[in-house]
Design a protein around this ligand. Structure first.
Ligand code: AMP
Ligand code: GLY
Length: 423
């Protein structure tokens, strides 16, 4: 089978790494890819959000199966457009991708189908939002309705901050049309975790849990990022909790989407807040998390491609997934300055010495090859991913690998996994 993976992050390197190992994969393409992906796939220079260009590439190359990494092309209908050309793709239709593409849609689905989530209201003009904020009081959370590359959520400690967030999103249009509507919701306390399940329209196959680290610096300080590290499984998601999440959250979501005529296919990523009341959904994403996908792929024993194809073809009843019992942990190395402005083109050395190990894999995100050299080419640059019998063992191995990488222009958090290790 000829496979095309769409995207260029650590998530897509991890997906390509797992797919390349499948006996079903005869040829692997990635658009646009990065220097690490180029070691296992042929990279094509088409951007991950260029729906027309990606469809053209898939048709021209005679691709049999497409795996879409990031959300933008999913929300824009890439899977639908590929389907029009008779090409099967892993990922939701545009209508189903609204689960991530519109926070108001997601909240209304939860309300209608009794799925536990924070109390909320949706607004399309600022004054009504501010009146609601005044009535509810702080702390409170203000969210742009549409896609805002992870920056559209503002946790507000007081009313002034909440009013400023409404103005920033709606009046100043900080996220463009994504802020034409907004959601104001209850601030939830608890422990966050991510839960991933494959969904084939009617059935769900639970995958695994993970915990991300969104803040830039140690001790969860500094600005929010796309994620500075993750591990899987997350100890807070016990087997019993996983059953509860499937029963109260994932299953009613799949049934609700089918009832709305928007059957969900692909990976469903539930961002959860867990406290004494049980799990609540903070957000849905319609794709694998990044970096969460990286530890997931290192733990996966089964043939990823076989499972993704079964999912996309509506045959999840024939699929099963097996995992290594170990924990896997990813530490992200980012360019100094990230998530603010940073330099590109700085050289990274020492990666060759880590090649060929099966307990440590360095997934690439923003990298490019320059002859024999590897250069940084983005904010998040590497995902150093290690397996170990415990979170502490995986953490030690990941940092031991990081200490062999020579990249003075990069930084990482030194405490990935602290919550699990401190339990
Ligand atoms: P989201 O993109 O909706 O996941 O929001 C980004 C981050 O904001 C989440 O990972 C949480 O850390 C935080 N967050 C979102 N909604 C809430 C909420 N209702 N209460 C507390 N924290 C929240
Ligand atoms: N790591 C968070 C995300 O992928 O949305």
């Amino acid at each position: 089978m000829k496979v095309l993976v769409v995207g260029s992050g650590g998530r897509e390197h991890a997906l390509c790494w797992a797919i390349a190992a499948s006996p079903l994969c005869q040829e692997l393409l990635c658009a646009p890819g990065n220097a690490g992906i180029a070691q296992v796939a042929t990279c094509a220079g088409v951007a991950a959000d260029d729906v027309g260009g990606l469809v053209e590439l898939a048709v021209k190359e005679g691709v049999d199966f497409v795996v879409v990494g990031p959300e933008v092309a999913l929300v824009a209908g890439l899977v639908d457009r590929l389907g029009d050309k008779g090409i099967t793709a892993f990922g939701p239709s545009a209508e189903a991708a609204e689960l991530e593409g519109s926070k108001g849609f997601m909240k209304d689905l939860c309300a209608r189908f009794d799925i536990p989530t924070a109390a909320y209201a949706c607004f399309d003009e600022p004054d009504a939002a501010k009146a609601y904020i005044h009535a509810r009081g702080a702390p409170i959370v203000v969210k742009a309705d549409g896609l805002a590359a992870g920056k559209g959520v503002v946790l507000c400690r007081n009313e002034n901050e909440a009013h400023a967030a409404v103005d920033h999103i709606m009046s100043e249009r900080a996220f463009g049309a994504a802020g034409d509507a907004l959601v104001v919701e209850e601030f939830l306390e608890g422990e966050e975790a991510s839960f991933f399940a494959l969904v084939d329209g009617t059935r769900a196959l639970p995958l695994a849990s993970a915990q991300d680290h969104k803040a830039a610096f140690d001790g969860d300080t500094g600005p929010n990022t796309g994620g500075m590290g993750a591990y899987s499984p997350a100890p807070v998601i016990t087997d019993e909790m996983a059953d509860t999440v499937m029963e109260r959250i994932v299953t009613p979501t799949i049934e609700g989407m089918a009832a709305l005529g928007r059957p969900y296919r692909g990976v469903l990523y539930a961002g959860l807040m867990i406290n004494a009341d049980g799990p609540k959904v903070l957000e849905y994403n319609v794709r694998f998390g990044d970096p969460e996908c990286q530890p997931l792929m290192l733990r996966l024993k089964s043939d990823l491609l076989e499972v993704l194809v079964a999912c996309a073809e509506g045959r999840l009843d024939e699929a099963a997934v097996e995992w290594h019992a170990d924990t896997a942990l990813t530490v992200v190395m980012a360019a100094k300055g990230y998530p603010g402005p940073y330099e590109k083109g700085t050289e990274i050395k020492g990666l060759d010495a880590l090649a060929g190990r099966d307990d440590v894999v360095v997934f690439h995100a923003g990298t490019m090859a320059d002859g024999g050299r590897t250069l940084a080419n983005g904010g998040r640059v590497l995902g150093v991913t290690a397996r170990g019998a415990t979170v502490a063992a995986a953490q030690e191995r990941a940092y031991e690998a990081i200490d062999r990488i020579e990249w003075p222009d990069g930084f990482c958090r030194r405490d990935i996994g602290w919550r699990a290790i401190g339990r």
